[in-house]
Design a protein around this ligand. Sequence first.
Ligand code: UD1
Ligand code: CA
Length: 452
Amino acid sequence: MSLKVVVLAAGKGTRMKSAMPKVLHRVAEKPMVEHVVDAASSLGAEKTVLVIGHGAEQLRATITRDVEYVEQTEQLGTGHAVQQALPLLNPDDTVLIGYGDVPLTKPGTFKQLIDDVTESNIALLTVIMEDPTGYGRILRDDSGNVIGIVEQKDATPEQLLVKEGNTGILAAKASALKELLGRIDNNNAQQEYYLTDIFALAVQQGMTITTHQPDHEWETAGVNSRLQLAELERIYQLNKADELMTAGVTLRDPARIDVRGELTVGQDSIIDVNCVFEGVVTIGEGVSIGPNCTISDSTIADGTVVKANTVIENSTVGKDCTVGPFARLRPGTELEAQNNIGNFVEIKKSKISKGSKVNHLSYVGDSSVGESVNIGAGTITCNYDGANKHQTIIEDGVFIGSCTQLVAPVTVGKNAVVGAGSTITKEVSPGQLAFTRAPLKTVENWPRPRKK
Ligand code: UD1
Ligand code: CA
């Protein structure tokens, strides 16, 4: 069986009030339409066809997935939209139809439909709702067999009482779609070519319809407004929180975490409130992440403590480190193990070897710091001369006194000591004490200014 997916994404999304096509609005930092594409490719879809219309250029420019596009220049209805994709399909393909503004359907739910498809059977996802207003209603005969779908706007008062709504998500053979869509018309309240009309036609010619319901109603919820987008974002995030807790992670409040990418966390790690994880983040076991941290595309090893308000980006943090509060690890930071990085410390593109400390108010950039180094408060590596960046090398066992400026390129040799308040512009050899110091001057009885 060859699986192809058709995703309808031509609509404008007027109620979003946006210059951007609706399906590019993001859930967990990923365009809604890519959620659908990713679910489909996880099922081994050989091809995904996006039917686009409004904002076609923006869609092509933004979507990063391997998909094919067909343009539906006029939105004449869902049936017409699917028809546009047919030339890209083979008659024997099994076709799954999804919607770019329905992002949270689980792959397993799609699979139930796909598995039901035969030459003579179409599989449809329906949902039973308290209030199905706006949805097409599923019509069944006395034996419970689906005999058709009627749109809200075309339904009789009696049909409107039906609680089983059409999600629009279905799977069928391409050959069946082609044949049935060739026979629909637009004689209805909206003068559109309805995809839903294929069901009555299929039944008339002896085909059967099987239905499935999703485990959760949100799997088929579409987004028409920013409010609905925010609602689905929360549902997505609560699901992520659920997965993490099931994997043995403590979340201080599962309603206050945001995962905008792929987060993996080891057992017995604790994540405090309001943390944001972006891109690919891997956290080991027994790690503690304090409140209000943002961590992007980074790895944090077992036993490390990240304290409140720390920002970590494209960095690797080894085992048993303490980072923060209020620390910033910028891209290219590598903390080897047992490092202490304290408050208001910024580190960029630097390796800090085992056991070294940068505890207060420092900037370390383009540096290589050896083991068991102590960098005193307020130390700055002056790595930029206004045109180029230069390296600072600090070897094992060095002690840098507070408020030191290391003017790169510069090396401080093994076990050397730099006195507080120094500006180091030349190499310091191993074991040396180096300091620059203006002589202390004093003035007796200095008259302090008085307020007028
Ligand atoms: C459709 C279904 C309805 C179902 C509901 C679920 C039909 C006729 N009706 O109604 O039974 O309960 O979805 O939400 O199918 N689109 C295109 N091109 C078009 C028309 C639509 O790409 O020409 C896309 C839209 O961008 C949207 C989706 O298809 O993503 C659904 O279209 P919409 O017009 O919103 O259908 P509904 O009236 O909601
Ligand atoms: Ca709709």
